[in-house]
Design a protein around this ligand. Structure first.
Ligand SMILES: [Fe+2]
Ligand SMILES: [Fe+2]
Length: 247
């Protein structure tokens, strides 16, 4: 059995209230670290990409778990890489991978510098293909990125989703050992399907966005921060969601 803690959309902005929402979910995870194999953070770490926000993130995101992070549309590659990926190159997508507990985690950069919508560069898709092939056909693969490559019936978010997804579908068709996709961006805990595999969205830590019938405001102010636990066992993923009110 493999257990992945998954959080997303932290949006560090220098406020104590924002930081408290992150520490509440992180404390919940850290207190249970003995039963968890990895922590995946699917983007929008900073609210507007300032260096001070990454310094705040680096000082707050303390965990005994292997932590895998990737950027979202609110992040800036140079600052993100310097603070959170030990000085990754400033140019090009910030892709990286790690084997954890016998599974391959592909952390893919779906951001487009300066834009809110997402897309995987051809370079990223080539890299993914090589990584999966290199691991071999029997290694379970988790593919993480920020932008969901499907609509979610959330009118605004659907306009800034990941596009160009037909190239990703073609890649997935080649690799039956891709277990699931992990993403964020929509600030809603949700599960759907993409290319025949589960697509799991972590709740937004910083905020939750309303569905059209929940309210006319963009942000649902009543919702506490949350997280997902993805359990991989018997060849499939089971996603559990938790809300953790900030102290
Ligand atoms: Fe976000
Ligand atoms: Fe986002």
């Amino acid at each position: 059995m493999l257990v992945v803690a998954h959080i997303s959309d932290l949006h560090f902005n220098g406020t104590a209230g924002g930081r408290d929402r992150v520490t509440s979910v992180l404390d919940y995870i850290n207190r249970r670290a003995a039963g968890i194999d990895a922590l995946v953070v699917t983007g929008d770490i900073a609210d507007d990409g300032r260096q001070s926000q990454y310094e705040e993130a680096a000082a707050t995101l303390i965990t005994p778990l292997p932590m895998l992070v990737l950027p979202g549309n609110h992040d800036v590659r140079g600052e993100f890489g310097h603070a959170l990926l030990r000085g990754s190159p400033d140019r090009g997508p910030l892709n990286h991978s790690q084997m954890i507990a016998g599974a391959l985690f592909l952390m893919c950069d779906s951001s487009i510098p300066g834009q809110n919508e997402g897309r995987l560069d051809d370079e990223t898709l080539t890299w993914m293909d090589a990584q999966i092939a290199g691991a071999g056909p029997h290694v379970p693969v988790f593919v993480a990125f920020h932008h969901p490559p499907v609509t979610l019936q959330m009118p605004f978010m659907d306009t800034i989703r990941q596009t160009g997804e037909e190239r990703l579908i073609a890649l997935v068709d080649k690799h039956p050992n891709i277990v699931a996709f992990l993403c964020g961006h929509a600030h809603t805990g949700a599960v759907t399907a993409f290319a025949g595999r589960p697509l799991c969205l972590a709740p937004g830590v910083s905020s939750t966005l309303n569905l059209p019938f929940e309210g006319s405001d963009v942000i649902n102010e009543t919702q506490p921060p949350g997280l997902a636990f993805h359990v991989y066992a018997e060849g499939r993923i089971i996603s559990h969601f938790r809300s953790v009110p900030a102290a």
